[in-house]
Ligand binder design. Structure first.
Ligand SMILES: *[C@@H]1O[C@H](CO)[C@@H](O)[C@H](O)[C@H]1NC(C)=O
Ligand SMILES: *[C@@H]1O[C@H](CO)[C@@H](O)[C@H](O)[C@H]1NC(C)=O
Ligand SMILES: *[C@@H]1O[C@H](CO)[C@@H](O)[C@H](O)[C@H]1NC(C)=O
Ligand SMILES: *[C@@H]1O[C@H](CO)[C@@H](O)[C@H](O)[C@H]1NC(C)=O
Ligand SMILES: *[C@@H]1O[C@H](CO)[C@@H](O)[C@H](O)[C@H]1NC(C)=O
Ligand SMILES: *[C@@H]1O[C@H](CO)[C@@H](O)[C@H](O)[C@H]1NC(C)=O
Length: 847
């Protein structure tokens, strides 16, 4: 039996160390802690004591709780945030009536905890204990010295009084029974824990919803809780991070847990940024940001006013709900949507009204909506119709995919945004004539009513807003054929483009032979015939620019028709010119643009059809699908994308910055040759410099830090996205929402950590286990990817270097830096700025 002595040894050592400091997790009425003495929770996770915030000029001391195990003091709770100890040393005691009391050096009381238990006089056997979850709990009536146990009751706990941080298990919300309302309020500054400008809290009434306030005004809302999700923050659930919103007559609150309790995770309201942020501690050291809100311009509270909704995929961002129009079209067109929308037709208030369904939306603010828990949807509709002030209704609870209860809005609908992940219908009340018009518009449009109904259900607002509305205009034009110019006649045959090259710069001027190059201008009838009137089952995808349909031309050729849902700022000629230019970009690794179709406001692009769909369907598919992509294929895909991008960036006549490189924009042909799609479309929308366009991709997880923060876009931003994609191809995991078992969270951070530890090969998709692969090639890809995701654009290599680095075995590549893109990270400027110049030199040498 040699084991017991060996295993006891560490305990003895630990005990010896503990006894040196005042290491206990409890404080009774006879003890106190003063100055730099601390309590430490039993498992050594948290520490309680006095601290002076760094940067605080006059050494004000606060009683706080911070993590015991990590080097940088991260305070998660402050007792006396408004009343610092200015005359040291501070002393914490447990008073005779069982309250925590902070005294200063002159024995004056600086702060004391509420007498929540109402003991009102003497409290016997009071005890304060710091728990491993970070909660400081005061109990009364615990174990007496004689050993008899009285009834222990929790008299007070720090979890009931959060400061700026929510730890796992803490609640944010209200408790009707105790009357406690828990919010988090930012620190005034890093040196001053007193309450700052921002508060994040539950606003009661209607459906539960959490709001970020700056002073008295709302700046961000989580979206109402619909029983399944907070509709403004979809996709946050994961296996390792669990949050719930409890809502019952007794209490309403948000709380979260991490499945692995050894992981340090905190949710903090950052007053500098005006954001709620979630961080986890990295094994490698340092807090890494998992998410933060508000995240993009559409998160800004009530961004599009009453009856408007926001969509980062649209320009301008704001659109009106169907049946509504901007109150001030001028301000609307310059991007100010705050004025909101007004009804196109007034309600008749009675039998003359109907409903139009919108879906895939963050629900409108529902704090002043009325909730009827037991009501059926039919009854809900009747109640809404029967009350003149009702503007919309929806199910109150959709958990498990079942509609329960009813929520009725008798107020303007505000703070809506498009979210394809939210699965819930909202029924908007409109005049019946308006509903008929919307329906007719849908019908009239080449009998594509099926598409409207189906696709509206599928992709919601994108269509209802931009497309159904567009259809309405189209229909109106058709209904009143007189006097509309500017409309191309419907032509069923192939047209030749006119040879007028005005508007081209000399550099781009094309010779006349080239003009006849295969670009075709398709008539609407040809497209309708090819796609079976945009039949629902010919729809093969939905991109940021609109739905994509599979079509078969008369001669049997299969094509992909992208139906642009956004209005182009350009006229017909300019648009055609752009299409001509883009169609000239031809490369083995680019999807070929065959032609376009222009009809009224409709614009469509016709591409060669790719049989194997997009890359994401493979790398993020099920195991079978991922297995199909062996390492060799993956490597060739990476190299192919790199060559395609090199052509766009450096070798083509036009320099094209893709702006939206991601796995779903890489298509695979029959032979699994990767082809980049959607390049150059930004140009077709007129001016790829506009900020309006820039806003489009915000929120995707391929975005470089400089683009995310400043909207600055360059080739180097594409290169960043390329790096992210390479890591995704290697790992088979999405950067978005990646969640590692050890909670390194971010795919980039995780890849970097493994890389540093020389374990990068472990990143390989498990689906490839067993198949042979060249590990040095894998390492090279990961290293190149990490170089591409450098925080600083100038450190990222150019595509020409990347292609070379990928192709050269035994090449000595530069060491990557820690990647950018995490919130709260900024490496100092000037580090390793040489890397880029070295790479450039190498690249030029080989030319
Ligand atoms: C605590 O403070 C005392 C006096 O200010 C000092 O001598 C001692 O080193 C401090 N202990 C620690 C662990 O910082
Ligand atoms: C504070 O109170 C303690 C205990 O009652 C006493 O020993 C100490 O002298 C007091 N200090 C001052 C500055 O009054
Ligand atoms: C936040 O909660 C505290 C009590 O914990 C309360 O005093 C304060 O007024 C609340 N702040 C807001 C903005 O509701
Ligand atoms: C619609 O209602 C508004 C306010 O109730 C009124 O000002 C407006 O004239 C009405 N429009 C029509 C066409 O009746
Ligand atoms: C109509 O709805 C509003 C808001 O829910 C409510 O205050 C009002 O009493 C209702 N009116 C009728 C007649 O039910
Ligand atoms: C607030 O956020 C910024 C940027 O993410 C970070 O540098 C800073 O440390 C954060 N402050 C707190 C108190 O977390």
């Amino acid at each position: 039996m040699r084991a017991p002595p060996l295993s006891l040894l560490p305990l003895l050592v630990a005990a010896a160390i503990l006894s040196l400091s005042v290491a206990t997790d409890k404080l009774d009425q006879t003890a106190s802690i003063a100055g730099n003495q601390t309590l430490e929770s039993a498992g050594g996770v948290f520490r309680l004591g006095f601290f002076v915030p760094p940067g605080s000029s006059d050494a004000r001391a606060y009683l706080g709780i911070w993590y015991a195990t990590i080097p940088e003091q991260t305070v998660v709770w402050v007792a006396n945030r408004r009343n610092p100890v200015v005359r040291p040393p501070g002393v914490l005691t447990l008073s005779a009536d069982g309250r925590l009391v902070i005294l200063d050096g002159r024995n004056a009381t600086v702060w004391s905890s509420d007498d929540a238990a109402g003991s009102g006089g003497v409290a016997t056997r009071a005890l304060a204990q710091l728990l491993d979850n970070g909660d400081l709990v005061v109990t009364h009536g615990g174990e007496s010295q004689s050993g008899s146990t009285g009834r222990t009751s929790v008299a007070w706990e720090s979890f009931d009084y959060p400061t700026d941080t929510l730890l796992p298990g803490m609640k944010l919300g209200v408790d009707g029974r105790s009357g406690i309302s828990r919010n988090i309020t930012s620190w005034r500054s890093a040196a001053d824990p007193s309450p700052g400008a921002y508060t994040f809290k539950l606003v009661s009434g209607g459906l539960p919803e959490f709001f970020l306030f700056r002073g008295l005004s709302k700046t961000y809302a989580s979206g109402p809780w619909n029983g399944a999700e907070l509709t403004g923050v979809p996709n946050l659930k994961s296996r390792d991070f669990i949050f719930t919103v409890v809502s019952n007559p007794d209490e309403t609150h948000y709380t979260y847990y991490v499945s692995d309790p050894s992981v340090l995770s905190r949710f903090v309201l950052n007053g500098t940024m005006g954001q709620v942020q979630r961080f986890t501690w990295h094994r490698g050291g340092g807090w890494s940001g998992f998410w933060h809100f508000p995240l993009d311009p559409c998160d800004s509270y009530a961004r599009c006013g009453a009856f408007g909704y926001c969509d980062v995929g649209q320009s301008p961002l704001c659109s009106c709900l169907p049946g509504f129009q901007p109150r001030s079209p001028q301000r609307w067109s310059v991007g100010d949507g705050t004025g909101g929308c007004a009804r196109t037709t007034n309600l008749s208030c009675g039998a003359g009204d109907g409903f139009w369904t919108v879906s895939r939306m963050k629900l409108p603010e529902a704090t002043s909506a009325t909730v009827h828990a037991g009501m059926t949807m039919d009854r809900c509709r009747q109640v809404c119709l029967g009350n003149c002030s009702c503007r919309a209704y929806a199910a109150a609870d959709v958990s498990g995919g079942i509609n329960r209860g009813c929520v009725i809005w008798a107020v303007d609908l505000i703070d809506m945004r498009q979210y394809s992940e939210v699965v819930q219908d909202v029924y908007i009340r409109l005049a019946q004539s308006e509903v008929d018009a919307l329906t007719a518009a849908a019908n009239r449009r080449s009998h594509v009513v099926l598409v409207i109904a189906l696709v509206a259900a599928i992709s919601g607002v994108l269509l209802l807003g931009a497309f159904a509305f567009g259809c309405l205009c189209f229909w109106r034009k058709k209904a009143a054929p007189a006097g509309r110019d500017n409309e191309l006649p419907l032509r069923a045959t192939k047209l030749k483009l006119r040879r007028d090259d005005q508007g081209f710069s000399d550099e781009n001027k094309m010779s006349s032979e080239e003009d006849d190059l295969d670009l075709r201008l398709f008539g609407l009838a040809v497209i309708l015939a090819a796609t079976d009137n945009f039949a629902a089952d010919s729809k093969i995808g939905q991109g940021g620019f609109g739905p994509v349909y599979l079509g078969r031309l008369e001669d049997g050729q299969e094509v992909a028709v992208k139906r642009l849902s956004r209005k182009s700022a350009q006229g017909v000629e300019e648009f055609k010119n752009e299409v001509k230019l883009i169609a000239k970009l031809q490369h083995r690794n680019l999807v070929r643009l065959l032609g376009c179709c222009i009809d009224g406001d409709e614009r469509m692009l016709v591409y060669e059809f790719m049989h194997n769909n997009s890359l994401d369907t493979f790398i993020f598919g099920d195991e079978e699908k991922r297995k199909l992509l062996r390492w060799k294929t993956r490597f060739e895909i990476i190299a192919g994308i790199a060559r395609g991008l090199l052509y766009l960036h450096e070798d083509s006549r036009l320099r094209i910055i893709h702006r939206d490189m991601k796995a779903s924009n890489v298509l695979l042909d029959r032979n699994m040759i990767p082809k980049i799609s959607d390049f150059g479309i930004a140009r077709m929308f007129g001016g790829d410099q506009t900020t309006a366009y820039t806003l489009k991709v915000i929120g995707t997880y391929y975005m470089s830090p400089e683009y995310a923060m400043d909207g600055v876009f360059s080739m180097k931003s594409d290169i960043y996205s390329f790096g992210v994609m390479v890591l995704e191809i290697v790992t088979g995991k999405k950067n978005r929402g990646f969640y590692d078992d050890e909670l390194d969270l971010n795919l980039l951070g995780y890849a970097w950590t493994l890389w540093k530890e020389g374990r990068s090969v472990e990143l390989l998709d498990e689906a490839m286990v067993g198949s042979s692969c060249d590990h040095s090639q894998v390492r090279r890809c990961i290293q190149v990817a990490l170089l591409c995701v450098d925080m600083h654009p100038r450190n990222r290599p150019l595509m020409s270097s990347i292609v070379m680095m990928l192709a050269t075995e035994n090449a000595t590549l530069p060491e990557p830096n820690e990647p950018g893109g995490n919130i709260g990270r900024s490496t100092s400027d000037g580090e390793l700025s040489q890397t880029q110049s070295e790479l450039t030199v190498t690249a030029t040498d080989t030319r």
